[in-house]
Design a protein around this ligand. Sequence first.
Ligand SMILES: [Zn+2]
Length: 83
Amino acid sequence: MMILCPNCQQKARITSRNALNAEGTIADLYYACTNTKDCGATFVMTLAPKHYLNPPVTSTAQLAQNILNNLTKTEHAALVQGR
Ligand SMILES: [Zn+2]
């Protein structure tokens, strides 16, 4: 993903990264503008997941198991038989 300098809109490159959580999925990314002659700005952007478009398979399986565990025997039988 190309990031543009917020000052001159030229390409910027990552110079370093600082993880903000133990998993390393949230981080501050340090950028330097490549337009060193006329700009030379450095800035920080935060990288973080926003939300899932599709949940992980393990979450889906766990969700289904939790639902099944809360069904009565009659409800479970009807579900299995497709009624
Ligand atoms: Zn710039």
